[in-house]
Design a protein around this ligand. Structure first.
Ligand code: ADP
Ligand code: MG
Length: 249
């Protein structure tokens, strides 16, 4: 059976974003189905982070709609938004762990505060998640004592502790020493295999080729190509994608 259902979990409609007079993109329309893994590729500075931040309303779109599980996030009040957002996990280039909290405390914070999970249960779940990424022995240390690869694996399981329906990744391996990239990509591959819906901004072309169900290629102004990895990588249609691939492959 195909792991991807045809039920859209995210629907982006006529989405535009400007910073002052600078229009980053205009009228973007995209859909992500349950279980789908999308890789968002493109040169630096074209708006990949801006787009992915709009998807969970970390950045406010200038116009357009973002439907998450049927609800238009751009029309939600603060209370609804907090609730829906808790189901959209996000992982950043620089991990964003709380430095003054232990790894375990980092993981249990949101489940307890936002989901009102019982503390013992949250701790139990945190250990289970840490075991999944082979880091349970680090439960009681502080983020400063972790390597970049370990910190990013913790950041990922911290998101998972909220039982997200979608995970957004913005260049999760870009800040890592090369020898640590693999261990983070392996966790992401495992999530993809388990059927997690994911949107991943990445420069890891091997991951995009092998793991993505769909590629979104972005260049100045918006999404220039969208399709299956094998089509995108072997037959890029636009001059922008051809130029991009000639540089990265
Ligand atoms: P990418 O992630 O593809 O490298 P970004 O989304 O970070 O690109 O940036 C797209 C464009 O928007 C860039 O020109 C950047 O300078 C601009 N930009 C991003 N964030 C802001 C901001 N908060 N204020 C003003 N301009 C911004
Ligand atoms: Mg970026």
């Amino acid at each position: 059976m195909d792991k991807i259902s045809t039920k859209p979990i995210i629907k982006i409609q006529n989405l535009s974003k400007s910073f002052g007079k600078h229009q980053v993109f205009k009228n973007i329309n995209l859909t992500v189905n349950n279980g789908q893994v999308v890789c968002l590729l493109g040169p630096s500075g074209v708006g990949k982070s801006t787009l992915i931040r709009c998807i969970n309303m970390l950045g406010k779109p200038t116009s357009g709609s973002i439907y998450f599980d049927g609800e238009d996030l751009t029309k939600c009040d603060a209370h609804q938004l907090t609730k829906l957002r808790s189901k959209i996990g996000m992982t950043f280039q620089n991990f964003n762990l709380f430095k003054n909290k232990t790894i375990l405390q980092n993981i249990i914070l949101a489940p307890i505060k936002v989901n009102h999970v019982d503390k013992d249960k949250a701790i139990q779940q945190a250990h289970k998640l840490l075991k999944m990424v082979n880091l349970d022995q680090k439960a009681n240390v502080y983020p400063d004592s972790l390597s970049g690869g370990q910190a990013q694996r913790v950041a990922i399981v911290r998101s998972l502790a909220m039982h997200p329906k979608v995970m957004l990744f913005d260049e999760p391996t870009s800040a890592l020493d090369p020898e640590m990239v693999g261990e983070v990509l392996d966790v992401m591959k495992m999530l993809a295999k388990k059927g997690m819906t994911m949107i991943v901004v990445t420069h890891e072309m091997g991951f995009a080729k092998n793991v993505a169900d769909e590629i979104w290629f972005m260049d100045k102004g918006g999404i220039k190509e969208q399709g299956k990895p094998k089509d995108f990588f072997s037959h890029p249609k636009t001059p922008e994608a051809q130029k991009f691939l000639s540089k990265v492959l």
